[in-house]
Design a protein around this ligand. Structure first.
Ligand code: MIC
Ligand code: SF4
Length: 644
């Protein structure tokens, strides 16, 4: 029987398990990437493993999230990452070199290889035919140390693209359409594999926009074939010899299929506060806009920004709009500078930022109170912009540029001539200069790792005890994001290596009183609806609750990476057997799990006693034997030590 692309790559990297959807498998990892806001923790964990040199084919440490340096904290973390990377064989991408996913796509992606990154948008490199998966920092640390990556064998959903996009419809609109249809939990347990004649009409950066935002579906990853278009991209990046063809067999089988007629796609917009709250630009209409932000790992490629520059050329940004633009990489920035497009952007009144995540992670450019912000980013979760009262909409760069000119949400055809951007195609040669990527020291022994005072030890759990008890500290709705659990913004991001500091902000967007309550109670349980922990890979959303004494989360369902992070921290991720039980459980109820260890060992179901309501609740803990061992050991680090 023929194979699809996902099966081919997994088969060639399979270390353990059977390729049956739902079963636990382990794959070898060729490359890893980290970024600075998850990286400090990942390298501290890597150091704790005592492995002198990374064992991957290539590992890269990027600095792209925490670049404001409002105090010493960011710079300290950068120094730590630079020195620890050099010592242990990791390439270091300097601040200013660009957003990890954009740079990795340009300079390191390899069709058919595996990439594990401590960032949920690692699937960006799926645009170049790579099996690229986002994970918590600890999983990435294990991969750097040469360990396999364990995951649930995903189902493969074939996304058949038919036809071609009309003028002004873009790659962003394709993924927004997929999100509209499938929702933010529609991809859980799946890989989205793109196919069909429409694939040929999309360049690699456009494909990368689609695989990048596949993260918002909750998918394990997304991938495109590696074809002639991919070869052209590699050639233009001076890496043609690293290209290989990769396609599904003609008789390949898929678990699911959806079809998208590209000619039916029109400019779309994701409305507040969820990437799947999608409608057309026309339907949403001319809402007044205060800020436009262009950039992020979704839409900051050379092609994206050239289109923006053409739309803005010779015009002026509306006086009521603040337009900020962050080119995705030094390569993009340099090319715009050399061909004059940067001057067109500046001339129109854009505020140009450095190549980094910037406003996407709330590092500056927080909108005004109650402002409407149009962003080319991938997430518009509540509060993520840094201004809780702001309303953030996600669009393509073309819509964003048109909107910046008029001051209200605008379909680009109303203000721009498509003829002006028609000729913008993939350059035959990108400008290549890797001088901001520093290779590791040949002899790591000579490198001294520099640790600033902001780096505090991370919490490690204790093995599961036979009686786990505590009160319900908070009851939450569906789709709670990691931005709710561990908010990130210019004030908090500098403390990613300081869990005690962060603990005072845990879950505050849901309930400002939560941290104090958790501290007073000395820990307890959390209750949640569906898709708990969607969004980021930040393991701080597990480490901080661990620090606060959270023993378990009982939810209707979990997002993939967050569930793995909870297990790695030794926190029980329990799901309701009967969803109605969610209704009968309230904040302050006292819960007890008697004989926790033997219950976990015995099967997939556990009984949680609600002492306050005098009721037993059945919950699921359907984990592989290995994951159960990790939970019982009190997390992955303990488990690894026990098995060393
Ligand atoms: C994000 O987009 O939410 C982040 C910031 O890139 C996170 C990583 C982090 O929280 O550091 C992600 O996507 O994993
Ligand atoms: Fe950075 Fe935003 Fe991309 Fe996350 S989603 S990696 S914060 S640009």
């Amino acid at each position: 029987m023929g194979k699809n692309i996902v099966q081919k790559i997994i088969e060639s990297h399979l270390v353990a398990g059977k390729m049956i959807p739902g079963e636990e498998i382990a794959i070898s990892i060729d490359q890893t990437l980290t970024q600075d806001s998850t990286g400090t923790m990942a390298y501290l964990q890597f150091e704790a493993m005592g492995v002198p040199r990374v064992k991957t084919k290539k590992s890269v440490a990027y600095i792209d999230h925490n670049t404001l340096q409002a105090g010493f904290e960011n710079a300290d973390d950068h120094k730590y990452i630079q020195t620890v990377a050099s010592k242990h064989g990791v390439y270091f991408s300097r601040p200013g070199n660009g957003i990890c996913h954009q740079v990795h796509l340009e300079r390191f992606s390899r069709p058919g290889w595996t990439l594990l990154g401590s960032d949920s948008h690692t699937p960006t490199c799926g645009g170049a035919g790579m099996l690229a998966i986002g994970a918590g920092g600890l999983d990435v640390a294990v991969a750097m140390a040469g360990g396999a990556y364990y995951l649930t064998m995903p189902k493969v959903c074939r996304v058949v693209l038919k036809g071609r996009l009309n003028p002004w419809a873009s790659a962003k609109d394709i993924i927004l359409e997929v999100l509209r249809r499938l929702s933010v939990k529609g991809g859980v347990g799946k890989v989205m594999e793109y196919a069909g004649e429409g694939v040929k009409t999309l360049t690699v950066p456009e494909r990368a926009t689609i695989t990048n935002m596949g993260a918002e579906l909750g998918a394990t990853t997304s991938i495109f074939p590696s074809d002639e278009i991919t070869r052209e991209f590699f050639k233009a990046q001076g890496r043609e010899e690293e290209w290989v063809e990769l396609s599904a067999d003609k008789d390949a089988q898929y678990d699911e299929e959806i079809k998208i007629d590209l000619s039916q796609i029109e400019p779309l917009v994701a409305k507040p506060h969820s990437p799947d709250n999608v409608d057309s630009v026309r339907n949403v209409g001319a809402i007044k806009v205060d800020q436009v932000a262009i950039g992020s790992c979704t839409n900051s490629s050379y092609l994206d920004l050239m289109k923006v520059a053409r739309i803005l050329k010779g015009k002026t940004v509306h006086p009521d709009v603040s337009l900020v633009i962050a080119p995705g990489s030094k390569q993009v920035y340099t090319m715009l500078a050399k061909n004059g497009a940067l001057a067109d952007l500046i001339d129109a009144g854009a505020r140009i930022l450095e190549s980094a995540c910037g406003p996407c992670i709330g590092m500056g450019q927080a909108p005004a109170s109650n402002a409407v912000s149009i962003r080319t980013f991938n997430r518009n979760f509540y509060g993520r912009s840094g201004t809780p009262s702001a309303n953030v909409y996600l669009t393509s760069p073309e819509v964003a540029a048109a909107t910046a000119l008029t001051g209200y949400l605008t379909h680009p055809e109303d203000v721009a001539d498509y003829e002006d951007i028609k000729d913008i195609t993939m350059p035959e040669e990108f400008i290549i200069n890797d001088n901001s990527i520093i290779p590791p020291a040949e002899d790591g022994n000579k490198v001294e790792v520099v640790r600033g005072p902001n780096i505090k030890p991370f919490p490690i759990n204790t093995p599961m005890s036979d009686k786990e008890e505590g009160v319900v500290l908070l009851k939450m709705e569906d789709n709670i994001t990691t931005d709710h659990i561990m908010p990130s913004n210019a004030k908090l991001l500098p403390y990613r290596s300081n869990i005690p500091y962060l603990s005072d902000y845990c879950l505050t967007p849901v309930d400002p009183g939560f941290p104090a309550r958790a501290k007073e109670a000395g820990g307890g349980f959390l209750i949640a609806g569906h898709n708990y922990g969607q969004g980021s890979s930040r393991e701080h959303a597990a480490l901080v609750p661990l620090y606060l004494g959270i023993k378990g989360v009982i939810a209707k369902s979990f997002a993939r990476i967050h569930m793995a992070n909870l297990i790695n921290s030794g926190i029980l991720p329990l799901t309701f057997v009967n969803e109605e039980d969610y209704d009968d459980i309230d904040q302050d109820d006292k819960l007890v799990i008697e004989d926790a260890v033997s219950q976990i060992k015995a099967g997939d179901k556990l009984i949680v006693r609600n002492v306050t309501k005098n009721k037993d609740i059945e919950v699921m803990l359907s984990l592989s034997p290995r994951l159960k061992e990790i939970i019982l050991a009190g997390g992955l680090l303990n488990y690894t030590k026990m098995n060393a």
